[in-house]
Design a protein around this ligand. Structure first.
Ligand SMILES: Nc1ncnc2c1ncn2[C@@H]1O[C@H](COP(=O)(O)OP(=O)(O)OP(=O)(O)O)[C@@H](O)[C@H]1O
Length: 252
């Protein structure tokens, strides 16, 4: 479970997030949408504890993380898997070593079990037997899948996805979407997905939150969002380019 309570985030006096109240329930897939510059990545970074809010509280699995020390935060982060926008694999390591990385760094798991876990996670993302491949031999979609296998290797309670389908063709996007949904099912993880891809958002979300100018302006099931009477939401889901200017803050 994740809970943000009255969160404000200012960068050099400029308010980037304002009065965010958001609860993501255990096992829920929450998709965050919004124009470029609206504050989506900032929200993810607050949940991982890479940023501390200017005011407000961030709760992760019943713990308030904003006042934690770096050591305490690192323990909480062990329960989180992160799939980055550009996969962020270690290029000098094989696929298997990438997936095993968190297990070798942070657990006492015997090597044999690590190898078994790596095999199982690669199978889950449709990359059976690819342990010895190097990242530069893989397509963008395969790299994303390795990144997902690495994120779920530690059986996280929480998986965060930053633009998981960016730069992928529709078929691969669909594959990644199905993996996000099956990952939630298999490890019962709470998931937060930041995306610009509206068809993906509608396919995978239990609920969608739209951020605009640092505020959540709409939140609800995909159907609620589709039927929103808020003109900014309606325009955004038809195509971000049709959005009105917003006080010059968002770089639409
Ligand atoms: N560390 C920082 N220092 C100063 N300003 C920042 C910092 N991080 C983000 N910002 C500003 O906060 C605003 C929101 O940025 P953020 O990256 O959260 O938006 P986003 O919705 O994720 O955008 P995109 O979709 O383009 O990734 C932007 O105006 C950005 O310039």
């Amino acid at each position: 479970m994740i809970k943000l309570v009255n969160v404000n985030m200012n960068f050099r006096g400029k308010q980037t997030l304002r009065d965010i109240n958001l609860t993501v329930k255990q096992g829920e897939i929450m998709v965050i949408i919004g124009p470029s510059g609206s504050g989506k990545s900032t929200l993810l970074r607050l949940i991982i504890g890479l940023l501390k809010p200017t005011s407000g509280e961030v709760w992760v699995s019943d713990r308030e993380i904003t006042r934690m020390t770096e050591d305490e935060l690192n323990k909480v982060r062990l329960e989180m898997g992160m799939v980055f926008q550009y996969s962020a694999l270690f290029d000098s390591m094989s696929v298997g070593e990438n997936v095993a990385f968190g297990l070798r760094q942070h657990t006492d798991m015997p090597e044999e079990e690590i190898l078994r876990t790596v095999r199982r996670k690669l199978r889950m993302v449709g990359l059976r037997g690819q342990e010895n491949a190097m990242p530069n031999e893989l397509s963008g979609g395969m790299k994303k899948r390795v990144s997902l296998a690495r994120a779920i290797a530690i059986n996280p309670h929480l998986v965060l996805y930053d633009e998981p389908t960016a730069g992928l063709d529709p078929i691969m996007s669909n594959t990644i979407d199905r993996l996000i949904v099956s990952t939630r099912r298999m490890i019962d993880a709470t998931s937060v997905v930041v995306t610009h891809d509206m068809s993906s958002a509608f396919r995978i979300a239990d609920r969608i939150a739209m951020i605009y100018d640092g505020s959540i302006i709409e939140i609800g099931t995909p159907d609620t969002i589709k039927q929103s009477e808020n003109p900014i939401v309606a325009k955004f889901i038809r195509g971000a380019s049709a959005l009105p200017e917003s006080k010059g803050r968002a770089k639409i």
